[in-house]
Design a protein around this ligand. Structure first.
Ligand code: ATP
Ligand code: MG
Length: 146
């Protein structure tokens, strides 16, 4: 049913749940699993992926790249532990939703898996802004995981 699955991963607990679901589906359907991650920057505090550090100065480009790579490495290791290899990685960009939709287009994904919420703190909204934009813009099936 699904042949090319794209996991959108920001290092949040929701994204970790999405990883488990995406890995399970990849196994079930013998599908290829790709990952997309855009390092994010919010001040204060400075948040890059799952790294939270109260810094006086903004992080350097190098720190952002390193944090993004660490998030990707963490997800790859987790997928391997679940018995699935992430075979393709899209890392970078500025606007996560746009990057996710472009990655899905490039891969020809037939399913995007992402968390309902992420690293943000707007708990009153049912869906995060990235989930909303991707769900609205996706040209394939989209699964939001609690
Ligand atoms: P908001 O960012 O609007 O404050 P939020 O952080 O709670 O809200 P989203 O950002 O929409 O929620 O995150 C929902 C899901 O989207 C995440 O669990 C993850 O799967 C994906 N996602 C969010 N940000 C990124 C990112 N920078 N890179 C890759 N995937 C992301
Ligand atoms: Mg977010």
């Amino acid at each position: 049913m699904f042949k090319t699955i794209l996991l959108a991963y920001d290092g949040s607990d929701h994204a970790k749940n999405a990883l488990k679901v995406a890995a399970g589906l990849a196994k079930t359907y013998d599908a290829a699993l790709s990952l997309v991650h855009t390092p994010e920057l919010d001040t204060p505090p400075i948040v890059i992926g799952s790294f939270v550090a109260p810094l006086d100065t903004p992080p350097s480009k190098d720190q952002i790249v390193k944090a993004g790579q660490a998030i990707v490495d963490q997800a790859k290791a987790e997928a391997t532990a679940l018995g699935v290899e992430i075979t393709n990685v899209h890392l970078g960009g500025i606007a996560p939703a746009e990057v996710i939709l472009n990655a899905a287009k490039k891969d020809g994904s037939d399913l995007i898996v992402l968390g309902r919420r992420g690293l943000g703190t707007l708990r009153s909204l049912a869906l995060g802004s990235v989930s909303q934009s991707v769900t609205h813009g996706a040209k394939c099936a989209c699964l939001t995981v609690l």
